[in-house]
Design a protein around this ligand. Sequence first.
Ligand code: ADP
Length: 581
Amino acid sequence: MFFGEKFRRKYALTNQGIVNVKKATFWTVVVNLVVMCGMGILYFLMMQFMNSLINGADFPNASMYTAAVIAFIILSLVTHFQQYTNSYTLVYDEIAATRVGLAEKLRRLPLGFFGKRDLSDLTETLMSDMNRLEHVWSHVLGYLQGAYISTALIAIGLLIFDWRLAIACLWGVPVAFILLFGSRKLSKKYSYETKGKGLDVADNIQETIENVREIRATNQEERYLAELNGKVDDFEKTMIRTELVTGLFVNGASVIMRLGVATTILVGAKLIMSGQIDFMLLFMFLLVITRIYAPFDQSLALIAEVFISEVSAERMEQIADTPAAGGSEVFAPQGHDIVFRDVIFAYDEEPVLNGVSFTAKEGEVTALVGPSGGGKSTCARLAARLWDVDSGSIEVGGVDIKTIDSEVLLGDYSMVFQDVVLFDDTVMENIRLGRHGASDKDVLAAAKAANCDEFVKNLPAGYETPIGENGARLSGGERQRISIARALLKDAPIVLLDEATASLDVENETKVQEALSKLLAGKTVLVIAHRMRTVEAADKIVVLDHGVVAEQGTPEELLEKKDGIFRHMTQLQAQGAAYRI
Ligand code: ADP
């Protein structure tokens, strides 16, 4: 009943975790029973002592008692050590495994999932939810389960000695737990609310930091701060309410449990007066009672955390339950033509692509053009199976990419997107991400080919310079060249390229173009094009407008179409260029 699948899911444990909790529980039971044995020794010792005091008898078996006390001390040390190892040390191994498992899982989830849960939410799960669970796994689960079992065993013993005293002593335990578990629903509801408000605050802070430049530039500091203040206040209120409610129930339960001491004394005194028991029996119950609540003490103090952790566990299980973007690990395409067949796709309800069909041939540059929001980026993402199509299909070399494991598939892709992600590591390591385990020589060759060399040489420690979180110290063009170097190093047969529209100066643009032409030679290239130069040099153009292919063909063919979108766009661009000059 204790450790079934429901229990496992409730606390987001792994199978090994269940084994560990079982061990921790076992040793907690042993520890609690050993402590009770200590109480037994004390009881008999006191009996002898009183006997010798009252009757003037000798104190027999002194050596036996000494041996018993020494044995008790040794046993106590050993069992406590076992309990400690099994509750804490093993749990930390488990938590490490779970964290890695979760990160692995996140890596394999379809991107649609990340659209539904934002970054601060996921960070919260990986960090604070895990911390909370870690605490509950190590400090509570084994102790609490062990306390149930040992208390039940001790209760049976006490009932055999004297059922009246046993009931007087123990009635508070079930009542306390009924009260606690009765309050569980309320605690959980409040915990969820607190969690939501906490996430709101985290989100707001993250947004403020990310947009600090825009906020300052537009004089929005006060508005942002007022909003943040409001959210923090709200969070604080919810938090206090949650703590108050749980604290009230937890302390109430603790007091009720301890009322057992008073009732035992009352009932005991009455039984002694009516001559039904002798004082030593009451004394034994009073000894036991000092220890019987102890196993619950620690767990009770933390039981609020158990309730809150159930919320954390539910959030983790949601991730675990989301199916990964799986598929075959063998990918053997015939060439690398990318074929879109009647692709329909929606991020949410509204379709963004509405029956898109085109082919991007190997060895050619296919340019996706069209008005903003037409679906160009979406096509590029779908081509790499960052999302799955809703209907229709996308094939690479005749293989439907839906059937291929995304990680295996992405082995054949290089992506050079506008939002280049750079890690807080050296330039060298950032380029090496292109191909795991590439030698320094290969990395340098790729960097050179991508025209990174001369700006890297000006950095304080050259290729060993750390580049700050997300490449904060580099310009847009420099970051893009690093990402091209990565792609060159990878040398994958398919290149997805999103040209930067933003702020590249002429020199940078030329350098980026040079680097690109080396990267693109002979590959299947799908480019989201913004510059006329790229568009004119493309082998094929696909014009996407409102999620459908409005025109497709070579640049020359499309320019001939009198009322064509492409022709119109080219004219606009030409006018824009003239205007700028
Ligand atoms: P383009 O690259 O041509 O500007 P996109 O493919 O980025 O067009 O966008 C097409 C449509 O899909 C737009 O209406 C956009 O708002 C929507 N869209 C893009 N990305 C997402 C997303 N992650 N979630 C929901 N809608 C999105």
